[in-house]
Design a protein around this ligand. Sequence first.
Ligand code: CA
Length: 648
Amino acid sequence: MRRTSALFCAAMMLTSLTAGVVVTSPDGRLVAEVSVDDGVPHYQVMYDGQTAIAESSLGVVTNVGDYTRSMAISDEGEEKQITSVDNQEKIKQHSIHTDARERVITFTQDDKPVMALQLRVSNKDVAFRYMLMPHRGANSCVVTSENTAYRVADNALTFMAPQSKPMTGFARTAPSYETKYSLGEPVGRNGWGFGYTFPCLFEVPNADADKALWIMLSETGTDGGYVGCRLLGGNGGEYRIGFPQEGELNGWGSTSVQMPLPGYTPWRTITVGHTPANIVESTVTWELVEPKYKASRNYAADYGKGMWSWIIGMDSSCNYDEQKRYIDFAAAMGYRSLLVDALWDVQIGRERIAELAKYGKERGVGLYLWYNSNGSWNDAPQSPKHIMNNGTRRKQEMKWMQEIGVLGIKVDFFGGDKQPVMQLYEDILSDANDCGLMVIFHGCTLPRGWERMYPNFVASEAVLASENLHFSQGFCDTEARDCGAMYPFTRNTVASMDFGGSALNKYYNANNNRGSRRVTTDVYALATAVLFQSPVQHFALAPNNLTDAPAWAIDFMKAVPTTWDEIRYIDGYPGKYIIMARRSGDKWYIAGVNAMEQPLKQNISLPMFDAKSQVTLYQNGEVKEVKVSRKQTVSIEIPTNGGVVIVQ
Ligand code: CA
């Protein structure tokens, strides 16, 4: 009897050491399996029976315990079906449908529960986060590292933006997620030596195209309770989670996480498909987070298009007369806002800003005011400075903005992902909400679920954006490849993106006659107004465009929506071309750009349009009405550095 029982126990032990805990997506195609081998927690991800993420390690290291070894699964958790629908007007799709299966798997160390893994699998995404439990009498801990790894196939190609060395770049403001995405580079590198910023896109090519895999890694739910993480490269396709670098923010704050226990980490997300469609259409970033406070007013009423003079006119354009002229221009276009960029405090002054706010209000144009985030962590000279980093001054300033009727703020130059700065983002957002202000961040980290977590958050830059078109002809020359045909697959899939583009000037200069020259076409500018998503778009248009740009382009820019109900990926390849569709109300916008050396000719299937119905086609520098074919297709041609838009 005794002997049987001992054997039975041994068998149970063996089972708990080797058998995996499996969660399968509702459609059965995506599978995540968690197991423990030799005390080390692992997971793997399969899609249609193919390995997407090979066995990779899990766990975290804290100053209370090392939860990466000597671990056992004590409870596999009950499988739960998670179903919900929520509305979100700021992202790629109006309805966020969550349809997933979830388990909370408990791990023990020395027979004591120390960590749980919340694992969720939907038809497109695998997501998990760790819960750390009070241990050894400690009700708080310092998380010093994560053992979370991602092993992708060694023939995978990467589309990833390198993380910067801290305190480099303009006025020592890096890292600010402003580096170029790689164009199908092999695995095995580590960026510039500092890893990569999220999101990270992989293609695992296959001779049988139906078996190719596209994998997107990112994270969501990051707030002042954690650090912003990066992806560190390794040999043979093994990547792992990295914490911030010591030098970030001029050394302010540690690289680790201070956490009360029990406490949660942010969610790690893995989106998988045979084409980029699941990645472009995924809403996992927002499925996993909740609003952190109530909106103090209806911000959605003020989403829409706007202008900013700085992208064409630079610092000297931030004067009273020019801003007034841009308010008139915004009003003529029917736009909702004007972004007044750096140096307004000295070049216009607070009293006259109040006058501009009043002048704009009478014309239906609200102001966004620019601020430098900084205290001690960068050398950027642009003012106003040292306000947004200090609670006392920030609250006073925001009260003043509320009194003069300002719509929102744009805060620039953050430079790091350590926990105190993640808390600073949250504090700025929450104080701004108290005064009914919307918030745009520039020179900043990737927003990780923030559209939903913070009701007054609008968008972040966190990408190599339009300013570089002004600064560099080289950037203009590769604009279609590095921006238009890249960001809809990468940066913009996980968060709204403040790019500040869609220029109709030939030159990035107020006289439209010198400086860096735009090589993309006017239809490209229209297409990116659809492809690049943010609920508030400050376009790079200039007052002269009312007379020197084609009337059809101006009319399009007057009408194009900034909020969308639905997204559908159609075709493309990162860095080469993209064609996708967005719906606003009952109107579909199909937009595409081409960065290849040859024109792109395609007969695209558009099942959203009735056969033989009429659509408006913007193509090759003109606009015309064409008929959808009997098979619900439309033939398009996109020139090199050009675009196409179809509207019905
Ligand atoms: Ca920037």
